[in-house]
Design a protein around this ligand. Structure first.
Ligand SMILES: [Mg+2]
Length: 392
């Protein structure tokens, strides 16, 4: 059995272009789907996949770990940067899909079988509508409350918001008070039985992140995400040491060694590897094992396309430390047309029952993909009041 081709198929999805990866074999009808979506770097990732495919054509797709080592270590440059890490991840997902199809079992059965009966999904405020999630103003607490209520009406028991405004490295009380008002409005709207998350997008400095974390502690957040840059990991660790709110981070890290540093520093209580960036299902399973050793929860980052979600669900059914799955359901109307999924989502509670189809259990409709070709992603840029460059 041999790999004969590795194709990329790009499907525009407004803020992102989903990059679907199709690994094709010499066995009739046997191929796998992966995803390597990296917004604002679509052309680079497509090129990186083409470069890496030179190593894999003619190889046996069943030797996933051997091929992973090749992709990560050969050509001299290791695959621990975001573009190459994403390219490797996309191919790795497709290889696992192929292996599941060969053995006619879902991927989670390849990894030891189901460890749970269902997986809970959480949504973004607005369900993935860019304007609601990213552009609701921090001084519009009422709107945060409305959107929170809407998430609960749609069946979710957990949702994420961006209730922390962009701040310069040092600012006074105003942004802190805005964040408090937004989180209070959401808590008042949905009560204490619903889990609320706040993502800071690593906008604050470590000092501002600390102030936000302390101010929001009384609201009992499910987790508080990326309170400062991952490059300032000691800052994240200091925040986690100062508050009992679980701190979450990891979506920008590639490779198990980076996650080891984060765990060793006791920086987080929730680890958020992105399966389409960190090195794929092969690498995230190593990361998950490490998280288990530290008794840290896993909640993979997953705002991308439908193959990423299917991979996250398969991982969750076989991974004890997996706590919850991020999901986006109304980013673009063609999301549901692009994919057929093997798992079932129950609307009440938004819980996922296991996929019974082989591999990742998905099929991509290539005709629908062709209707939405690459377009430049909507640029999201941030500048502070004084004109200096900020973090989005
Ligand atoms: Mg995030």
């Amino acid at each position: 059995m041999k790999i004969t081709a590795i194709e990329t198929q790009v499907c525009h999805a407004r803020m992102r272009n989903w990059i679907f990866v199709k690994v094709i074999t010499d066995q009739p009808g046997l191929y796998g789907w992966g995803e390597a979506t990296l917004e604002w770097h679509t052309r680079s990732v497509v090129g990186a996949i083409e470069d890496i495919s030179q190593l894999l054509i003619g190889e046996d797709p069943r030797r996933i770990e051997y091929l992973w080592q090749m992709m990560y270590r050969q050509h001299f440059w290791h695959g621990n940067g975001i573009v190459r890490g994403t390219a490797i991840s996309g191919i790795d997902l497709a290889l696992w899909d192929i292996l599941g199809k060969i053995h006619n079992v879902p991927c989670h059965e390849l990894w030891g079988g189901r460890v749970r009966d269902y997986i809970r999904l959480y949504c973004h405020l607005g369900g993935g509508k860019m304007e609601d999630f990213y552009e609701t103003r921090a001084d519009d607490a009422h709107r945060f409350g409305e959107l929170a209520q809407q998430a609960v009406e749609e069946g979710f028991t957990a949702f994420k918001s961006m209730a922390v405004p962009e701040t310069m490295p040092l600012e006074g009380l105003r942004p802190i008070r805005y964040a408090e008002a937004c989180v209070k409005a959401m808590r008042d709207a949905v009560g204490e039985d619903i889990d609320i998350m706040v993502d800071c997008h690593a906008r604050p400095s470590p000092l501002m992140g600390m102030q936000f974390a302390r101010a929001l502690e009384p609201y009992g957040l499910y987790f508080f995400e990326e309170p400062c840059w991952p490059e300032a990991m000691d800052g994240i660790a200091a925040i986690q040491a100062a508050v009992s709110t679980p701190i979450a981070s990891g979506e920008r890290l590639v490779g198990v060694a980076a996650f080891k540093d984060m765990l060793e520093k006791r920086a987080v209580s929730v680890l958020q590897p992105d399966i389409t960036h960190c090195g794929g299902l092969s690498e995230v399973r190593r990361i998950a094992a490490l998280a288990d050793a530290y008794r840290v929860a896993l909640a993979p980052h997953n705002p991308q396309g439908p193959v990423s979600t299917a991979a996250s669900i398969e991982l969750g059914f076989a991974t004890p430390s997996y706590a919850i799955c991020e999901s986006v359901h109304s980013d673009v109307p063609w999301r549901e047309e692009v994919v057929s999924e093997g798992f079932v989502v129950e609307k009440k509670g938004r819980i996922v029952k296991p996929n019974n189809r082989p591999g990742l259990g998905i099929e991509i409709n290539e005709d629908v993909v062709k209707k939405h070709p690459f377009q430049q992603e909507v640029l999201q840029r941030s500048f502070y009041r004084d004109g200096a460059v900020g973090d989005w």
